[in-house]
Design a protein around this ligand. Structure first.
Ligand code: ZN
Length: 243
C-alpha cells in the first residue's frame, strides 16, 4: 500500500514529513519525474495533490502536480530544469498548503462523523481546497437550526481533542467495522487486499488514503458556511477551517 510503482510513499506513514532525500529513477519531458521515495500526496479522496520542490546541484524544480500512472509521476513547472536519472535530490513539500489540507481533510471527517451520529446521514461526495471544503449527504429533511447545530457539534468535537490515527488492516477485518461498511463497502475495488483506515477515536472510522492531523484540536475552529439543497434527499454542507 505504501508503494506506488517504483516509489515508496513516505507520507502514508508520516504525514508530518516535509523534506527528505531521494534518487531520480526516471525523467520524461512529457510524463515528469519518478523518485524512489516521495512524500508528495498524489491526490485522491477529495484531497488535491501537494506542491513543492526538488533541490539538486544548486537549482530547483518546482513540482505543481502529481499523476498516478503505473508509476507516481511528479509534474514539474513548465520551463524548470529537470534532473537526470540517478541524481540525488532533496524533496520538500510546500508546508502551508499541505498543513491546511490536512486540517481541512480531518475537519471533513469530523463533519462526516457528527452528521451521521446526530442525523443518520451518509456522505455521497466530497471536495476540498486548503481551509475550505464540502461534503454531500443523503439527507431527506433539514430540521430547524440544523446549520447551528452541526457547527456546535463540530467545534465540541474539536475541543474534545480526539486522537486521529491511520493504520492498515486486511480487507475482511476492515469491512467488519460498521463505520467502514457504511462509508466504503461499495467503493473498495475487489482487488484491494489491505485497507488503510483513518480513525477519529470514538467518532468516525473510514477507509481513507489521505493525510491527516494527529488530533481534532489541530483542525482549528470550523464554521458551516452554507447548507445547500441540491435536490430530493441531497444536501451539500460547505465548511471553512479557521485558526
Ligand atoms: Zn477522507
Amino acid at each position: 500500500m505504501s508503494e506506488h510503482g517504483r516509489t515508496h510513499r513516505l507520507e502514508l506513514t508520516d504525514s508530518t514529513l516535509r523534506d527528505w532525500t531521494a534518487t531520480v529513477l526516471a525523467v520524461d519531458t512529457d510524463e515528469g519525474i519518478v523518485l524512489d521515495r516521495s512524500a508528495f500526496y498524489p491526490g485522491g479522496g477529495g484531497q488535491p495533490p501537494d506542491h513543492g520542490v526538488l533541490l539538486w546541484s544548486g537549482v530547483q524544480t518546482r513540482i505543481v502536480d502529481v499523476r498516478r500512472g503505473d508509476d507516481l509521476w511528479l509534474i514539474p513547472a513548465e520551463g524548470d530544469p529537470l534532473p537526470s536519472v540517478g541524481t540525488q535530490v532533496q524533496g520538500a513539500i510546500e508546508d502551508d498548503r499541505r498543513t491546511a489540507l490536512m486540517r481541512t481533510h480531518s475537519g471533513l471527517h469530523v463533519l462526516s462523523g457528527v452528521v451521521f451520529r446526530d442525523f443518520g446521514a451518509l456522505v455521497t461526495g466530497s471536495n476540498m481546497e486548503p481551509l475550505t471544503g464540502r461534503l454531500d449527504f443523503n439527507l431527506e429533511t433539514v430540521p430547524d437550526g440544523f446549520k447551528e447545530s452541526v457547527e456546535d457539534a463540530l467545534n465540541s468535537e474539536i475541543v474534545a481533542d480526539r486522537a486521529i490515527s491511520a493504520y492498515e488492516l486486511p480487507r475482511e477485518e476492515a469491512l467488519a467495522i460498521p463505520d467502514v461498511i457504511r462509508t466504503a463497502a461499495n467503493l473498495l475495488p475487489p482487488t484491494i487486499e489491505i485497507v488503510r483506515i483513518v480513525d477519529i477515536a470514538g467518532l468516525d472510522v473510514q477507509a481513507d488514503g489521505g493525510t491527516h492531523v494527529a488530533s481534532t484540536r489541530q483542525v482549528g475552529r470550523m464554521r458551516v458556511a452554507k447548507v445547500e439543497n441540491k435536490g430530493k434527499g441531497f444536501r451539500r454542507i460547505r465548511v471553512t477551517v479557521e485558526d
